[in-house]
Write a protein that binds this ligand. Structure first.
Ligand code: MEV
Length: 427
């Protein structure tokens, strides 16, 4: 018998939710064992991953609902400690689904590696010399990692830039562009760069100083777009037009003011980081890329765009660097990451990047919709009250009742929660 019948996902117990995931995806218990508290990263694996390990660090893992991306339902795992993020993403995805959901993807998987060439008499002449040897240098880089070509990847181009106005005088920067396919690519590109250092010194007569990838992965852009009908946007006393225009006004603030843009983009990254973390990917790389990209015009701006469609609907778009990997590294070692990829049915990095971008767009809409109407605190209140109840030491069966009481009293404070619990527990 289906015990979860008629219960919404958020109303189910944790075992019921896991059951629902299996029913909805056809996955087997072993596919999802990474979501089990005892099936995550082992201490032995952790000890092999970093230095001086003393234990493991946990975060809540929630599943965002209602994401319909490129015509397919996607259950999105999100690892995050902040209340409301998963609920808000799920709710905004539901609004998008009514108009066909999200379109999302990635344009290419080209990573950029940088070589800094110093001690050159004429950096411009050195740049021309490097370009003359471009094909030979690319062949050297390719020979270092022949397997990459089998998967359709490999070095694609060499580009040169002379930095004129630096505190140490002019120098040359060589960019190696590599299609890394489904790998994150950091190790791959860094080792290719090491192999190009001596040939470039020989060609230019200079000294290769730094050899390292760039996290401004602007040739690995993920994007997502969605349409929101006015009927979906309307709620309470707010008309769809009011909500739409309020969202566009809020976006314009972020797009023009770095102080607001930082907070706006933080909200976008609430969603993206949570997906990236659930897949054990390098969220710092994604963060660095996102913020550098947001400042690409010389002014730090919004990562999203909101506008009015011809028929009056609200249109949302997001684009940002997304250097992710689904082969090798922590993704392969971490059972929760493996379960996350299986749950999403992700086969390529392009799919994963598109999903993360869609979640970022939904997250941004959730924040703007709340900020532009009733304010952010109202929606946060009940989850915040639950956290306070837990911190005050409420037993599992007391949490909901205590949280409800705190909200009703409009007094969500730890001291009040402790007072109520003391009464209940007869202390
Ligand atoms: C909070 O984590 C994120 C928000 O501040 C984002 C925003 O202001 O757009 C709500």
């Amino acid at each position: 018998m289906d015990l979860t019948m008629n219960k919404k996902f958020y109303q189910q117990s944790i075992p019921e939710r896991l059951e629902t995931l299996k029913e909805r995806t056809g996955l087997k218990p072993e596919d999802l064992k990474g979501f089990n508290p005892n099936g995550g990263l082992s201490l032995e694996s952790a000890n092999g991953m970093i230095e001086n390990v003393v234990g493991l660090y946990s975060l809540p893992l929630g599943i965002a609902q209602n994401f319909f991306i490129n015509g397919r339902e996607v259950l999105v795992p999100m690892a995050i400690e902040e209340p409301s993020v998963v609920a808000s993403a799920s709710f905004m995805a539901k609004l998008a689904k009514a108009s066909g959901g999200f379109e999302a993807g990635m344009r290419s998987q080209e990573m950029i590696g940088q070589l800094q060439v110093l001690d050159l008499a004429d950096p411009h002449q050195a740049a021309a010399q490097v370009l003359e040897e471009k094909e030979a240098l690319l062949a050297k880089a390719a020979a270092f990692h022949p397997n990459l070509a089998k998967y359709g990847g490999g070095p694609r181009n060499l580009e040169v830039r002379v930095i004129e106005d630096s505190p140490i005088g002019a120098f040359l920067v060589v960019h190696l562009i590599v299609d890394v396919q489904d790998a994150m690519g950091a190790n791959l590109i860094n080792s290719m760069l090491e192999h190009l250092a001596s040939p470039i010194e020989e060609i230019t007569g200079g000294r290769v100083h730094l050899r390292i990838l760039s996290n401004l992965s602007d040739r690995r852009l993920a994007w997502a777009r969605a349409r929101f009908a006015l009927a979906e946007l309307a709620f309470g006393d707010y008309s769809g037009e009011e909500v739409r225009d309020g969202i566009i006004e809020a976006w314009a603030f972020a797009d023009c003011d770095p102080y607001r843009a930082a907070t706006h983009n933080k909200g976008v990254m609430n969603g993206i980081d949570a997906v990236v973390l659930a897949c054990a990917n390098d969220w710092r790389a994604v963060e660095a890329g996102a913020h550098a990209y947001a400042a690409r015009s010389g002014r730090y701006r919004s990562l999203t765009q909101w506008s009015k469609a011809e028929n009056g609907d609200l249109l949302g778009f997001i684009e940002l660097p997304m250097a992710l990997g689904i082969v090798g590294g922590a993704t392969k070692l971490h059972p929760t990451a493996q379960a996350s990829l299986k749950l999403m049915g992700v086969k390529t990095v392009a799919e994963l990047g598109g999903i993360a971008a869609a979640v970022g767009l939904a997250q941004n809409l959730g924040a703007l919709r709340a900020l532009a109407t009733e304010g952010i605190q109202r929606g946060h209140m009940s989850l915040h009250a639950r956290q306070i109840a837990l911190t005050a030491g409420a037993k599992p069966e007391q949490v909901d009742r205590l949280a409800k009481m705190l909200v009703e009293e409009k007094n969500i404070k730890l001291t009040r929660a402790q007072e109520i619990l003391a009464q209940w527990n007869g202390k």
